[in-house]
Design a protein around this ligand. Structure first.
Ligand code: FES
Length: 277
């Protein structure tokens, strides 16, 4: 069993768990993900590592309560509670080495919940000597989280809200496009909802700036056997769980991916309704 050593409410729908999992914490790197299952027979869900503390032996995940399992996590589990499975770290970590010239100027774009997994990548690149710009996007001020964590590490921080209630008004792509017109960074890493990552990729394509995205596809086993997480990258079939989850966004077939993400919608709605009763 794995215990929740800290739990923090970030907004009405988002929350953080810090989980005691020394083996996972010992080898977790930015870009890795974990598979979590609450109990026997429960759904297995992939979650990107938001942080880890090797000394405390803990891994932090940030979750949005959208489906049955994530709502169960929000409503039925408290600090000190335990759950069944926490497998990881899985996937390929993000590489921070960028040859003899170093990582140069890196831009980290996080949209909503994607702000959490972009954080360890920002920290790793900062430690590798990069000049860092962070662009964080939220729908509204109430959803903003980890501003101070980002401010402590980013050389430049831009916060955007869709409704203009905090920071710059508008979406992250607007801030990204304005920044690209001012200066050309070496690389962009964008993590968030699929439409947001797709929009970031289309924004940077015109400027010829490499853009990595983290694909949180529907996963079942998380080890490359079921095919559920299949995605086409550069015309080749890849599996997000073992080949990713980070890929060159300019090569990703987002049209196919967005269609595939909808294939269990009816089942998800039934499961969600069952939790309402
Ligand atoms: Fe099964 Fe990736 S989740 S192959």
């Amino acid at each position: 069993m794995y215990s929740i050593v800290a739990r923090e409410r970030l907004s009405e729908t988002t929350f953080l768990w810090e989980i005691h999992a020394p083996d996972v914490a010992a080898s977790a790197l930015p870009g890795h993900f974990v598979m979590l299952r609450l109990y026997d027979g429960g759904e297995r869900i992939p979650l990107t590592v938001a942080d880890y503390d090797r000394e405390r032996g803990t891994v932090t995940i940030v979750v949005q309560a959208l489906g049955k399992t994530t709502r169960e996590m929000r409503d039925r589990y408290r600090q000190g509670d335990a759950f069944s499975d926490f497998v990881g770290p899985l996937g390929q970590p993000q590489r921070t080495d960028r040859g003899e010239t170093g990582p140069g100027h890196m831009v980290f774009v996080g949209g909503g919940l994607g702000v959490a997994p972009v954080f360890p990548q920002l920290r790793a690149f900062k430690q590798a000597g990069a000049h860092t710009t962070a662009i964080m996007g939220f729908r509204t001020r109430d959803l903003v989280f980890w501003e101070e964590k980002f401010r402590a590490l980013a050389d430049e921080l831009i916060i955007c809200t869709d409704d203009g209630s905090y920071g710059e008004p508008g979406q992250v792509t607007g801030a990204l496009a304005r920044m690209l017109k001012r200066q050309k960074p070496d690389e962009v890493i964008a993590i968030g909802p699929l439409p947001m990552m797709r929009a970031c990729v289309e924004t940077t394509r015109a400027f010829g700036v490499k853009t990595m995205v983290s694909l949180n596809t529907i996963m079942v086993d998380g080890t490359g056997m079921c095919g559920s997480c299949r995605v086409t990258v550069g015309g080749e079939i890849k599996f997000a769980c073992v080949d990713g989850p980070d890929f060159d966004g300019h090569q990703v077939d987002f049209v196919e991916l967005i269609a595939r993400q909808k294939r269990f919608k009816p089942e998800e709605e039934v499961a969600n309704k069952s939790f309402d009763h």
